[in-house]
Design a protein around this ligand. Structure first.
Ligand code: HEC
Length: 184
């Protein structure tokens, strides 16, 4: 081996090393596409849930037949605030602790608490509203959630129900986040 060969060899090794270093430092590594954030998935789910709720309210649920300007039943456009007032009132005897629970209770057992002045003629303790989770109306758990989401949006508060909407079930992910916070 002569000196010239050694020089050429050393030079080649140096070039290769330089390229290796360059590529590892400057070529951005390929990243897999990020999955949509939970917030994004949740937003799609919530909007889907609200529009389903509006359909249920005006259609299958028959809510709008009674809850309208004619006064047969109380208007529900600010039910979240009204619900808090009902729960806090001295004559409230239902078992709801939150506005969301109050709406749930109103849907499944309307007579648990009857808004004063709206009871059956001659029987103020019985609501003219049917249990909408069974019988002729028979809303599913998801439809109940969707109506609550719709009413929460009408009242201008955050939607707290999860449900399964738009083909995306976000409830598991949300429960997982709640669990990891160590609640209950
Ligand atoms: C047959 C008429 C009728 C139908 C249908 C009906 N409601 Fe009612 N609803 C009433 C009446 C009357 C009251 C007031 C008496 C009471 O407190 O139960 C009421 C009360 C309520 C309350 C409590 C209101 C308050 O101010 O405290 C909520 C919430 C409610 N209804 C939601 C619904 C939803 C959602 C639907 C559809 C899924 C529905 N209702 C269908 C007649 C009806």
């Amino acid at each position: 081996m002569n000196k010239r060969f050694l020089k050429v060899a050393a030079f080649s090794v140096a070039i290769i090393a330089a390229y290796t270093l360059f590529s590892s430092l400057y070529v951005p590594p390929m990243k897999p596409e990020e999955p949509p954030s939970l917030e994004a998935v949740h937003a799609v789910g919530v909007e889907g849930l609200i529009s389903l709720g509006e359909k249920v309210f005006k259609g299958k649920g028959a809510c709008a037949l009674c809850h309208n300007a004619a006064g047969r039943a109380p208007l529900l456009d600010n039910i979240m605030e009204a619900a808090n007032t009902r729960i806090a009132s001295i004559d409230y005897h239902g078992s709801a602790k939150t506005a969301e629970e109050y709406i749930r209770e109103s849907l499944a057992s309307p007579s648990a608490y009857v808004v004063p002045g709206y009871g059956m003629a001659g029987d103020e303790l019985t609501s003219p509203m049917p249990d909408v989770t069974t019988g002729a109306i028979g809303l599913s758990a998801q439809e109940v959630d969707s109506v609550i989401a719709y009413l929460q949006r009408l009242s201008g508060v955050d939607v707290t129900v999860t449900g399964e909407a738009g083909g995306i079930d976000v409830s598991g992910a949300i429960e997982a986040t709640t669990d990891s916070e160590g609640a209950r």
